[in-house]
Design a protein around this ligand. Structure first.
Ligand code: NAG
Ligand code: NAG
Length: 280
């Protein structure tokens, strides 16, 4: 009896520790990238209050839905939208969106448009017409983990293929897939229809397959979707990445060292004269 109680307590403690570790491992408000328009507005103007109002609507909506868009009723037509990872609870979405808006107001203060991607959510506002438009420009890309091999790369390709083949997501746009020791996930912004979402995920998967060599983890963020893959420590794809946040080791492959790697290739940031900011 006492032994059972002790072992139940021990199991519970272990579960709590694992849970805490899993929570800690998912840094939902972690910064990925941000971009701000070069155009500016002045304080005290109608534009300023339109931006405030759409961002307030964004913050207020986050507890109730993983995606929403808002347009100011004035002639400025400021649009604000957010997209949370739609597999996560509303409380995560709420916290992430709050944090994203606070990042936006410090990074993109007075910019007519801005976007920020955190681990679990994306927020964008502006008066350029981005709502409902496809955008597969690469904004951020990172490959990492420990060295893998051809077998692992084949599992990666198949895990990413599963994302592309996944049934059209009903409200949310989150997809997950796995193959052997590799897991993959993707998320579209909710203003894309099912077909456009599949096309975007397909473009993201193509970027990861072509650009990550034998890396055991990678992620790419396009204008309207992103995809990630990571070795889950099983199946021989390499356990070297296990235990690191999102499977990224301290070393990164590629040309840029172990900090953020920014890849901006003529997407909405450049075509609309946005510039990207990378912070650690
Ligand atoms: C967006 O707003 C800024 C500031 O008011 C203005 O200069 C710019 O022309 C607007 N852009 C569009 C596409 O309306
Ligand atoms: C924007 O929001 C409105 C109101 O909720 C919704 O009816 C519309 O479908 C949304 N548009 C897009 C492109 O997401």
């Amino acid at each position: 009896m006492a032994t059972t109680a002790t072992s139940v307590a021990a199991t519970l403690l272990l579960s709590l520790l694992l849970l805490a570790r899993a929570r800690g491992a998912d840094d939902y408000s972690g910064f990925v990238y941000a971009g701000c328009s070069q155009g500016r507005y002045a304080s005290g103007t109608q534009y300023a209050s339109d931006v405030d109002s759409v961002l307030t609507s964004v913050a207020n909506s986050a507890p109730y839905a993983p995606y929403a868009n808002f347009t100011s009723p004035t002639s400025n037509s400021v649009v604000g939208l957010y997209q949370c990872r739609s597999d996560l609870p509303a409380s995560v979405c709420t916290g992430c969106v709050r944090s994203a808006i606070s990042r936006l107001s410090s990074l993109c203060a007075w910019a007519t448009g801005g976007a920020v991607q955190l681990r679990a959510c994306f927020v964008r506002y502006g008066n350029d017409t981005f709502l409902g438009k496809q955008d597969t420009a690469v904004l951020f890309k990172k490959c990492g983990g420990s060295p893998g091999d051809a077998g692992g790369a084949a599992m990666r390709d198949s895990a990413l293929g599963a994302l592309v083949a996944a049934a059209a997501p009903a409200g949310g746009g989150y997809r997950a897939g796995g193959s052997g020791g590799v897991q993959a996930m993707s998320q579209c912004v909710g203003d894309l229809g099912a077909k456009a979402c599949s096309d975007c995920v397909s473009a993201a998967a193509g970027q990861l397959k072509a650009g990550c060599g034998y890396a055991t983890a990678g992620e790419v963020y396009l204008g309207k979707c992103y995809a990630r893959f990571w070795a889950n420590g099983a199946g021989g794809f390499s356990s070297g990445a296990a235990g690191n946040r999102y499977g990224f080791g301290p070393r990164l492959y590629g040309e840029h060292g172990d900090r953020l790697v920014l890849a901006v290739a003529g997407g909405f940031f450049t075509s609309l004269a946005y510039f990207t900011l990378a912070l650690m």
